[in-house]
Design a protein around this ligand. Structure first.
Ligand code: CIR
Length: 273
């Protein structure tokens, strides 16, 4: 189905979730370059440039009207500023994830503390799950099955979502070749997904339009709609820019070069709720 502006409006734009009013982030720690990355060929990011890009990101959230809480850096966790991965928020529930990589285990404790006002459901047992693999769309939730999120984790999150939200459609999306689901697939507008051709989808996603980007724009498949007016995209990717301009009156294009070097994208730097 071709998304049209008649489909838009804040409620429609954010689909299953209420419009965002708040966000949680964490400032990068000085140890950040010791984090995990598959993109070392891009070079080692500098701390100052990373902080600058992170600050511009926080400003973009604030400019869109979000009340942003920023946690202090935690040098024990070089990847700790990728706060999207340790939790998934829907309504009053914070699903506390279980990171797959031992070096990221423990990040979820600080995030759970920061989300003390929410009802907590904890991933448990053999589950591994990271929020980067969870995409709330207009009409369904997609959970990536990846090297970071296994089926046990995905089933636990699905149960928590359906307990809270009723019989919401939740689909598992096995994929390979990119880190998280939202590294390679996000929803530009209701019903329209942007896809990095590097990402190999192992099952079909029915009933949604998928735009596969030119390979050189794959990184920009990860976009961050904030409300019906504003979307944040990575700067320097003309196809994505043109698509964003078509649907949003306000497009914020951010330089993500340093964040990309550590496999980070736009969604992973905050939790929105
Ligand atoms: C990691 O490999 O876990 C971090 N260096 C990057 C995490 C990015 N998170 C995300 O895309 N949701």
């Amino acid at each position: 189905m071709e998304p049209t502006s008649s489909l838009l409006g804040n409620r429609a734009r954010m689909g299953l979730l209420k419009p965002f009013t708040r966000a949680l982030a964490r400032r990068p720690a000085k140890t950040f370059a010791q984090g995990i990355t598959t993109r070392s060929s891009l070079g080692i990011p500098t701390y100052d440039a990373t902080l600058k890009q992170h600050e511009a990101y926080l400003d973009a959230l604030r400019d869109a009207g979000l009340d942003v809480s920023v946690l202090d850096p935690d040098p024990r966790f070089p990847d700790g500023h990728f706060v999207e991965d340790p939790a998934v928020i829907f309504n009053d529930t914070a699903f506390i994830c279980r990171p797959a990589t031992p070096v990221r285990r423990g990040e979820e404790e600080g995030i759970a503390e920061a989300l003390a006002d929410f009802h907590h459901v904890h991933a448990a047992g053999d589950a591994t799950i990271e929020g980067g693999d969870v995409l709330f769309c207009r009409d369904r939730v997609l959970i990536g099955i990846s090297r970071r999120t296994n089926r046990v984790g995905a089933e636990q999150l699905k149960a928590a979502i359906q307990t809270d939200m009723g019989d919401v459609r939740v689909e598992f999306v096995p994929f390979t070749n990119v880190l998280h689901l939202k590294t390679g697939l996000t929803e530009l507008v209701p019903g329209l997904l942007l896809h990095d051709p590097l990402m190999r989808l192992e099952s079909e996603i029915k009933g949604m339009r998928i735009v596969t980007l030119p390979p050189e724009e794959g990184y920009a498949a990860s976009v961050l709609p904030l409300n019906d007016q504003t979307i944040v995209i990575a700067d320097g990717f003309p196809t994505v820019r043109a698509l964003a301009d078509k649907y949003y009156p306000h497009v914020v294009a951010l330089d993500m070069s340093e964040i990309e070097k550590m496999d980070g994208g736009l969604t992973c730097l905050s939790l929105r709720y």
